[in-house]
Design a protein around this ligand. Structure first.
Ligand code: ADP
Ligand code: ADP
Ligand code: ZN
Length: 226
């Protein structure tokens, strides 16, 4: 099975609102499918930590819960996709978030004779999204994701994976959370129809347990045979 899964490049776009569970699931899929998890949010946060020019530019948008401009975001993800570990595919989490980004992704992949194979859309209601974002803790070192109630670490404040310190993201304040969900509905929901029209969208019930969502995702990906 392992070999079969590596046979064709697999580009998977995970869609879902902030808090839907994209990052949580992408971490499992990365291990299971042997293709890298590319999170635009993680790439931005890495730039913030390293105080790069890109990080300085992105900070103001991220702090407000707004999208970073398309040109900047597209250039950053394009560079990441050009790395050799993406030859066999990638799990894209948080990108694309606008139609312009989706079209740019198509062009980037087309240059290499590749394309998006499946777009799982993880559906979660607004109340659940807010509860998830409010209790989210992230590892400062490896970006592993926890929830203080729904998936707590074994030792409070410490990452199970690497022992790193857990923190609450600066953009996980109530006002920013609400703004991010609003921005998602304005700018990212059009992508649901965009990918549905292309026959790539698969809806996944994101209000189930982490394990059940994972099982549904794997089944959809295997069925799509992308
Ligand atoms: P969440 O995990 O809550 O969905 P992310 O970590 O994906 O949030 O994103 C955090 C912030 O990074 C966003 O609010 C936005 O400012 C910026 N960002 C991430 N991905 C994109 C993108 N594809 N386009 C524009 N901005 C983005
Ligand atoms: P996203 O990347 O879509 O913003 P995350 O993966 O960061 O979402 O998940 C948001 C929060 O919800 C985290 O605290 C995570 O532990 C929790 N979470 C993720 N999936 C589930 C689930 N199926 N049930 C309960 N909590 C979940
Ligand atoms: Zn960690």
């Amino acid at each position: 099975m392992g070999n079969e899964e590596r046979a064709k490049p697999k580009f998977i776009v995970l869609l879902g609102a902030p808090g839907a569970g994209k990052g949580t699931q992408a971490a499992y899929l990365e291990e299971r499918l042997g293709i890298p998890h590319i999170s635009s949010g993680d790439l931005f946060r890495e730039n913030l930590r390293n105080e790069t020019e890109l990080g300085r530019l992105a900070r103001a948008y991220m702090d407000r819960g707004e999208l970073v401009p398309d040109e900047v975001t597209i250039a950053m993800v394009k560079e990441r996709l050009a790395q050799p570990d993406c030859a066999g595919g990638a799990i894209l989490d948080g990108f694309p978030r606008t139609i312009a980004q989706a079209q740019a992704l198509e062009a980037i992949l087309a240059e290499k004779g590749q394309r998006v194979g499946i777009v799982p859309y993880i559906k979660v209601s607004d109340e659940v999204l807010l509860a998830r974002l409010a209790g989210r803790w992230t590892c400062r070192q490896c970006e592993a994701i926890y929830h203080e109630l729904f998936s707590p670490p074994k030792v409070a404040g410490r990452c199970d994976v690497c022992g790193g310190e857990l923190y609450q993201r600066a953009d996980d304040t109530p006002e920013t959370q609400r703004r991010r969900i609003e921005v998602y509905f304005q700018q990212t929901t059009p992508l649901i129809e965009y990918y549905r029209r292309q026959g790539l969208l698969v809806e996944i019930d994101g209000e189930q347990s982490v394990e059940q969502v994972r099982a549904d995702l794997l089944a959809a990906i295997q069925q799509a045979d992308c």
